[in-house]
Design a binder for this molecule. Structure first.
Ligand code: NCD
Length: 348
């Protein structure tokens, strides 16, 4: 793997290999152990679009591997505001750093960064295109949740909910999930924001079953995963989605009435908490089925695995690691039942 631009090159084997590295990274990501595998290495974190968790979790992952991070956010303070090309920016920054993470509002722009350099480039989200590291951490989270629940991914029922047209996380995730066997997908989007037809065709061609709906509040039989997403208004080009009403809110009533006791509820975050947003509600925050913070926590180990793999340092995560020398909380958040390391295999 020279770059991580898309999930397309992954097969089940490659996914499992990466997740094995991520499991080795867990004690470091969870602040039990210290690792210096990338001591001396520098990451360039270039975010030309809004981000909180992706930028910080990539940076934290690189730092926890012993490396350092240089970053820039937005176009305003970058030389692109002076008309510099992607190619020049990429080549210049590659003279300073050992790996690049790039987020950009245009589909395909991160691949252009990769073409202009020999250092590894990770796609941190290219417009409505892909978000491969998010999909990998989503699948890793599903594997951890299923291992705890004694479920398997083959044959699972997964609902993807919200803006499936512009949501790059679901574009990458449905491709990754389709590597497994006999899944049932229920795709629930307001009219006008449906999953692109070419993605549905590619998934259907792998013998998965797809059902599409424009209404959220209907029973979802034997649902294993409900994956909600934000409506991406910043990417609208004239769309006026009808049907994106309060009925589309993913809340406790929806989970209790339409999903099951063991449905895992996920969201890539951020959830839009402004009035009328109808996104994932906060009335679920104490519900153990809500996996959103276990999901975001897992991002660090998965991103450590991505860097270690791209830079050929995987083996150093297997060796004996030093204990941390500072005090860390036993659970990270007040609603966390347990923030301990997932110990089971991915079970996917
Ligand atoms: C998503 C993104 O930026 O694509 N967030 C993330 O990276 N976790 C989802 C979103 O913006 O809605």
């Amino acid at each position: 793997m020279a770059h991580l631009l898309s999930v397309d090159p992954f097969d089940r084997h490659a996914v499992e290999r990466l997740f094995a590295v991520a499991r080795g990274a867990e004690p470091v990501a969870r602040r039990r152990k210290v690792c210096r595998a990338l001591e001396g290495a520098v990451l360039g974190n270039l975010f030309f679009e809004a981000s909180t968790r992706t930028r910080i979790s990539f940076a934290a992952a690189f730092c926890r591997l012993g490396g350092s991070v240089c970053d820039t956010t937005g176009f305003t303070f970058s030389s692109m505001a002076k008309g510099e090309s992607i190619q020049d920016t990429s080549r210049v920054i590659s003279g300073y750093v050992d790996a690049l993470v790039v987020r950009h509002p245009e589909r395909g722009a991160v691949a252009q960064f990769a073409q202009a350099t020999n250092i590894p480039v990770v796609n941190g989200g290219d417009g409505p295109g892909e978000h491969p590291s998010q999909a990998l951490l989503d699948l890793y989270t599903i594997g951890n949740e299923f291992a705890r629940l004694g479920k398997r991914l083959d044959g699972a029922h997964v609902a993807l909910i919200g803006d499936l047209k512009h949501g790059r996380t679901v574009h990458s995730l449905i491709k990754l999930l389709s590597l497994y066997r006999g899944l049932r997908f229920t795709l629930i989007a307001p009219a006008g924001l449906e999953m692109p037809a070419e993605l549905c065709e590619a998934v259907g061609a792998r013998d998965h079953h797809i059902e599409t709906r424009q209404v959220l509040r209907q029973p979802l039989k034997d649902l294993d995963v409900a994956y909600a997403t934000r409506i991406q208004r910043e990417r609208f080009t004239g769309e006026q989605p009808e049907g994106y009403t309060a009925d589309f809110r993913v809340d406790k009533a929806f989970l209790d009435e339409c999903c099951g006791e063991t449905t895992v509820l996920m969201h890539p975050l951020p959830r839009d908490s402004t009035a009328g947003a109808n996104d994932l509600s906060t009335d679920l925050d104490a519900d153990p089925r809500l996996a959103i913070f276990r999901q975001s926590d897992s991002g660090v180990a998965v991103r450590m695995a991505i860097f270690a793999t791209l830079l050929g340092a995987e083996r150093q995560l297997q060796g004996p690691l030093r204990d941390v020398t500072w005090r860390t909380p036993s659970a990270i958040g007040p609603n966390d039942a347990c923030s301990d390391m997932p110990s089971a295999s991915i079970g996917a």
